[in-house]
Unconditional design. Structure first.
Length: 157
């Protein structure tokens, strides 16, 4: 795909990327599950700030830079930190769900190592972040594992 100019909108960049791949709106709908009418509204800039998860799917399909799409959509500018974190988690979980079970396990092991490395690199006088206090250092429970029995959870609490 030709490099988009700095004045291009999100819709123009996505429309050009779709055309460069020779895809119709219906082709993109079949591959991503995003309705073609919604895609059309994004491409015509009727929807200027689509969800991050949608941008992730389109960036992956079109092989375009996700960060650039975020910036064009206005997600990269400050704003509500908790909402931004929630959107990033949605994108990460969607990406993780598309992996095979073995790759999911590998990704979770990597994240645990990254968390441990950041904790080890933190200055000794710094307090742990809330997310570190709330979660034990044990490996996360597998998605396909059965949830704990509620009676057992209450008894152990």
């Amino acid at each position: 795909m030709a490099e988009a100019r700095s004045g291009d909108t999100l819709g123009a960049v996505l429309r050009a990327a779709r055309a460069a791949h020779g895809l119709s709106l219906r082709d993109v709908e079949r591959r991503t599950g995003i309705r073609n009418a919604h895609l059309s509204q994004i491409e015509t800039d009727t929807i200027a700030k689509p969800e991050m998860a949608i941008l992730w799917d389109l960036a992956s399909l079109y092989d375009v830079d996700f960060g650039r799409l975020l910036a064009l959509a206005g997600h990269a500018r400050g704003g509500d930190a908790s909402g931004g974190r929630r959107r990033r988690m949605t994108v990460a979980l969607r990406a993780l769900s598309e992996l095979s079970p073995g790759d999911q396990e590998e990704a979770l092991r990597f994240m645990a190592k990254l968390k441990a490395r950041r904790r080890d690199e933190a200055p000794p006088d710094s307090a742990p972040r809330r997310s570190e206090e709330a979660q034990p250092d044990s490996a996360p429970r597998r998605r396909d594992a059965a949830p704990p029995d509620s009676a057992t959870a209450r008894r152990d609490a």
